[in-house]
Structures are given as C-alpha cells and as structure tokens.
Design a binder for this molecule. Structure first.
Ligand code: URP
Ligand code: ZN
Ligand code: ZN
Ligand code: ZN
Length: 483
C-alpha cells in the first residue's frame, strides 16, 4: 500500500515544516515538497492540519489478569481504540505471579497479543528473585527484545517486591543494558493504612485515596532513586502523580542521575474529588493506583512536563467494567485498580497542553511519542518522521473539537474518566505501518495487523552509563600485609 500525505505541516520533536510524506511498504519513503504520487497511491489530504509521529503509549495493560478478574480491553480492542486516537504503538507489561517464570509469562503475553491491531512491545515485571529469574532476564534481554524491567513497590501479598529484589534486579538490568522501571508506592504503608481505614469503618472508594496519600508515592520514588543511584543504574518511574515524586526526580536529575518520569493523561486533569462522589459506580470507576490527587499536584505535573523533568505521557490503560468494580462494593481494597484512556490521551494532551499554552507542538510530540521511543530504544524507527522510519503517522487537526463519551468511544469499557469533556485537537487520519487505519471517524483496524517490536538493549544512554560506571568503579586500597 502506498500513501501520499499531501500538504500538511510536519511536526517533529525538533521542528515544523511544510512537506508531503510518501509511505511505501510500511515505511516512510520520501519527505519533501510536491512529491509525485506513484500509480495506485492513496492520497490523504492534510490541508491545514499537522502531520505528527504516531503516538506511543509506553504503559498499557490489555487483558491483564488482576485482582481476581481480567481487564476488559483486549489487545485487539485496546490497540484499535488507540489507533482512533492517534496512538500507533503500545508497550504493555508482562506480569508473572511471584511463583511464575518471567520467560514463560512473556510467551503467554506474546500469544495474547497476536490479535493486536497496532505494534506492541513488552516491559517484563520482576516479581520475585532467584537464580532462574536472573538467568531468564538475560534470555529476555538478549533473545527477546526486552530492554526494560518493571518493579511494583506496592500490591503487598501479590506482586510487590522488597528492596533486596529491587537491588538485585536493578543491578542485573544494568549489566544487561536494560532500564529498570518502578511503580513507586510504599506498599507496606498502603497495606497498613488500608487495614486501619477498614477498621474505622471507611469501606467506600474514598478509602482508596486515603490509603495512598502523596507521601506514600514520594517516599517510594525517593527510595527507588537512591537504590538506582548507589549501583549506577538509570531509573524510569511510571505514573508519577505527585509534586513530591516530581521533585525527587528533578533533584536526582540535577545531581547527574539518569532518572525519567512518566505522567498519565488522567492524573493531569482529574482530581481526588471523584472519590467523594455519592455514586459508588462513579467513584469506583476512578479507582486506580496511584489515585487522583489535589489540584496542586496536577500543576506540578504540568510544570514537570514543560520543564523536561518529566519526559513521557501514558495511560496505564487497564479497564474494568462496572460489574468488575462492584467486587469492592463493601471493601475498597477489592475494587480492581485501573482506568482507561488510550483513545483520548493525545487529545487531552493537546487540549490541556498545547491549546492552553502549556506546551509547544514540538513538546507535545516529544511527550506523546519521541521521548518514549528514545528511552525504550525504538527511535528512530518509531517517534520520528524520517525516511526509513515506520510509517506510523497521524494527520492531526489542531482546531477540530470532539466531545469524549463512553457512548461513542471505541474502548471496550463502560465508563470514560474524561466523560463530557470537549477537547480541541483530534486525530483526523491515522496511518500505522503504512496502512490507513482510521480516517475521518472511520476505524479500519485489522485484527492481528500489529507486530511485536524488538527493543534491543544498550540504547545509546545505556552505553554511556556503562562507560561512566566502568570509569568510576570502586577500587580496593593497596596495603602492606601487617608485620
Ligand atoms: O491502578 C492501576 N494502575 N492498575 C494497573 C496496575 C498498575 O499499577 O499499573
Ligand atoms: Zn523464547
Ligand atoms: Zn502501577
Ligand atoms: Zn500500570
């Protein structure tokens, strides 16, 4: 399939310029003014719109088995909804149980994801430690294109890991040229607060937020940064939701540590008042971890993105329908944690970011696509508009508006946390691997069209870190033997 995008303004992470883009054989074949269309080419008229790299959502959980149920969105429906919103690549999470093999789990997730409509890759969670896990991390990194390992500092009695596991796994990732990532919440503190709140008779969704106050995240982020720091490892912190964690990241970066922070579209625009809604279904639909916060945290997250202290945006897309959320009707600790957003992330970021004067269009491209591609070593295949890059492109109408609603979204979930918001900035056409998969509201996602994307270890940053660590190795002090 050959597609010519005619007449738009290309916006990359660096600059903007007017040019046509010719896509052939799944990649970008040419960029330039007035390109000729070979016979049979589909012409996509960009008009006054922008042409941007397809969005990368580096944090999703399609069909995740979690908290006694399975996320409602599968790899097909979830990636298809992403395409409708301009996201053309996801990085999902392989999450083995603490007694399960990470390598075996990886193969289970690969099989599940074969139905995906968009390209995908996997972070692998380390949920226990043994010689076998150490060995399997090597196999995943060297033979299976996994260059990031995830650690949950929360979810006690399930997938939480302690500091010993964090250190062992961070060190192993470093040796392999892979980047460690963490869900930063102090799981012991959460568990303690949950028991206390339930004993006090607080059983509703408000207990979820009360059991995970901002300090719980700031402490874990600070601790994870310190542990990465003492062994010379980089660190990527997923779903940063607080001022405290943002400051911890900024301090670490200022001191020369390689730390990255991800923000969810949801945390940027939704506040903690949702948990006080008298309607259980509404409040429970917002139960995710970390929870939504007081407004000043949102301001800190926006400042973090604008200043470059926070680098990526994601959704943690992990959908549960009302009957699933109802499992926690009498006990907030049993409400499956997760919210959706893959279809709306790009519009939320444009509307509240670019249209509100918080972000430049280039910064929008950085935080929705290019930065994730660089951190996770997908660049310049992904996150770039350049000859040879994958033809993952969005014709983005910066002025068009749409109203978000669960009644009209493509996501396989009965609730939308952005319900009723009118957003400016809409994907008019989405091209994935050179195919026109969404055009003027018509979703043409193809089941199984998505490809698994290998992410090799030793990205440029990891090479630099290895060099630095080799040059700064501690040495023993030479001494004469005692006389
Ligand atoms: O509430 C959330 N975020 N659910 C998905 C699992 C996780 O913590 O990322
Ligand atoms: Zn294998
Ligand atoms: Zn998490
Ligand atoms: Zn997650």
């Amino acid at each position: 399939m050959t597609i010519l995008i005619r007449g738009g303004t290309i916006v990359t992470a660096e600059h903007s310029f007017r040019a046509d883009v010719l896509c052939a054989g799944g990649t970008i074949a040419a960029i330039g003014p007035d390109l000729a269309a070979p016979h049979g080419t589909t012409i996509v008229d960009a008009g006054e719109a922008l042409v941007i790299p397809g969005g990368i959502d580096p944090h999703t959980h399609m069909e995740l088995p979690f908290m006694g149920t399975v996320a409602s969105e599968d790899f097909y429906t979830g990636t298809a909804a992403g395409l409708a919103g301009g996201t053309t690549t996801i990085i999902d999470f392989v999450i083995p149980g603490p007694t399960e093999s990470p390598l075996a789990a990886y193969h289970i997730w690969r099989a599940r994801a074969e139905k995906a409509a968009a390209d995908y890759s996997f972070h692998v969670a380390i949920t226990s430690w043994s010689d076998q896990v150490h060995t399997e991390m090597g196999i995943l990194a060297r033979d299976h294109g996994v260059n990031s390992f995830k650690h949950f500092m929360a979810y006690k009695n399930a997938i939480m890991v302690d500091d010993g596991i964090l250190l062992n796994s961070f060190a192993r990732a470093l040796e392999l040229g892979a980047i460690p990532t963490v869900h930063a919440e102090n799981g012991e503190a959460v568990f303690h607060l949950q028991r206390r709140l339930l004993a006090q008779g607080i059983t509703g969704p408000e207990g979820h937020a009360l059991s995970r106050p901002p300090a719980v995240e700031a402490e874990a982020a600070t601790r994870a940064i310190a542990m990465a720091g003492v062994i010379g490892a980089p660190l990527y912190i997923v779903h940063v939701s607080t001022e405290g964690a943002t400051s911890a990241i900024a301090r670490a970066r200022a001191s020369g540590q390689r730390v990255f922070g991800e923000v969810l579209a949801q945390h940027l625009v939704i506040d903690e008042s949702v948990y006080r809604n008298p309607d259980f279904g509404f409040a429970a639909a917002h139960v995710m971890s970390p929870p939504f916060r007081a407004k000043h945290h949102q301001d800190a997250l926006w400042s973090g993105l604008a200043s470059g202290q926070l680098q990526t945006t994601a959704t943690d897309h992990c959908c549960f329908c009302a009957p699933q959320k109802a499992a926690g009707a009498d006990d907030f600790t049993l409400i499956p944690n997760g919210t959706g957003g893959i279809e709306d992330r790009m519009s939320i970021l444009w509307h509240h970011g670019v249209a509100q004067g918080r972000l430049t269009p280039q910064e929008f491209v950085q935080i929705t696509s290019t930065n994730a591609a660089k951190i996770f070593n997908l660049h310049p295949r992904k996150g770039a508009i350049a000859p040879g890059a994958d033809a993952d492109l969005v014709v983005w109408d910066p002025a068009a508006r749409r109203r978000i609603s669960a009644r009209t979204h493509h996501q396989n979930v009965d609730f939308n946390v952005f319900e009723g918001m009118e957003v400016q900035g809409v994907a008019r056409h989405t091209i994935a691997s050179g195919h026109l998969v969404f055009t003027e509201g018509d979703l043409r996602a193809r089941r199984g069209a998505g490809r698994y994307i290998d992410r090799p270890c030793f990205a440029p940053l990891m090479q630099t870190i290895a060099t630095r660590n080799a040059l700064t190795q501690p040495a023993a002090t030479p001494r004469h033997p005692p006389a």
